[in-house]
Design a protein. Structure first.
Length: 323
């Protein structure tokens, strides 16, 4: 029985697949073909849960097509009623159709305390933020004794645990204000894998301080930046430097940043996961590509292995940020 967490290379965006036997869940669904291709490759035609951290296109843009192609039992989404845009409008329309057809239960908020557990009990998705009361005010409104809410400030932070141990912290686009509130609440943020918030972009506060404080709180073994090569400035070099200064964690970008290698390597795929779909695979743009952590055995195993990824970075990224 497969028990795994897969951070999917979707380019600039987020999508993470969680499996435990027949239980399947997605956290965020970026636009593009990769999320559906991955599910098709794994013969997954049913999802027990989809959690959308917030309504930005690179997190929700693939939801409408997903609902057309796959049976989804329940969707939790931090939406933004004041927002307009093609992806958000399409997602709302698709959710309406799915709910009207009794195919999907729609939860119109993802607040702290939301918990989704696989039937075996081995895997749990626990939402740590935002606070439920804060969601009542929505974006653009300032709750009492607080600054104005933003979409990033209300982005869901999801802890994925296996056998009672938090293995991954999925942070969406959560900003420094969101983490400040978590720190104040004494929340335990320790996790083996940190999918870094906002793809390593600006944090609505002192950027380097934010990265260092986050690494101190999480103490990760692996830090993943879900980025696209074509989207310059992600991750920011000062954030990667701050992570490296504060942590010995293995740093893995899904795609190879232009700042790390102006030219693409001649053999970019030898180290990658052998079968998992990845947005950068066809163009040879992957760095770590799609990263799967398997918990089926007594010890977690990574594909690609961290050692093979590191060898690729050393040989193929002459100006790498993660030195």
């Amino acid at each position: 029985m497969t028990t795994s967490i897969t951070v999917v290379d979707v380019g600039h965006g987020n999508c993470t697949l969680i499996r435990d036997g027949s239980f399947t869940a997605l956290v965020d669904v970026a636009p593009g073909d990769v999320p559906l291709s991955l599910l098709e490759d794994l013969n997954i035609s049913h999802l027990d849960a989809v959690v959308i951290s917030h309504a930005d296109d690179d997190h929700i843009g693939g939801l409408a097509n997903l609902l057309l192609a796959v049976d989804v039992a329940a969707v939790w989404v931090n939406g933004d009623p004041a927002r307009s845009g093609k992806s958000w409008d399409a997602a709302r329309a698709a959710l309406q159709v799915a709910e009207d057809g009794d195919r999907t239960v729609v939860h119109a908020a993802v607040g702290a305390g939301t918990r989704i557990v696989s039937p075996s009990g081995r895997v749990a998705l626990t939402v740590l933020a935002p606070a439920g009361a804060n969601l009542l005010y929505g974006t653009g409104v300032a709750p009492p004794n607080s600054g104005r809410n933003t979409a990033n400030g209300l982005s869901a932070i999801v802890a994925v645990s296996v056998d009672g141990h938090v293995q991954a912290l999925l942070t969406g686009d959560a900003d420094s204000r969101a983490f400040k509130k978590l720190h104040a609440s004494k929340a335990n943020l320790r996790a083996n894998i940190l999918v870094f918030p906002h793809h390593g972009g600006l944090s609505n506060g002192p950027t380097e301080r934010f990265a260092m404080d986050l690494c101190d709180a999480v103490q990760p073994e692996v830090v993943v930046f879900s980025v696209g090569r074509a989207k310059r400035g992600f991750p920011r070099s000062e954030i990667v430097a701050a992570v490296r200064s504060r942590s010995s964690a293995h740093v893995a970008c899904t795609q190879l940043n232009v700042e790390c290698a102006v030219r693409l390597p001649r053999d970019p795929s030898a180290h990658l996961h052998p079968t998992a779909s990845a947005a950068g695979r066809t163009g040879g743009m992957c760095c770590a590509g799609t990263l799967e952590v398997d918990f089926s055995a007594s010890a977690p195993s990574y594909s690609p292995s961290l050692s093979s990824h590191r060898q690729f970075v050393v040989s193929s990224a002459p100006t790498r940020m993660c030195r």
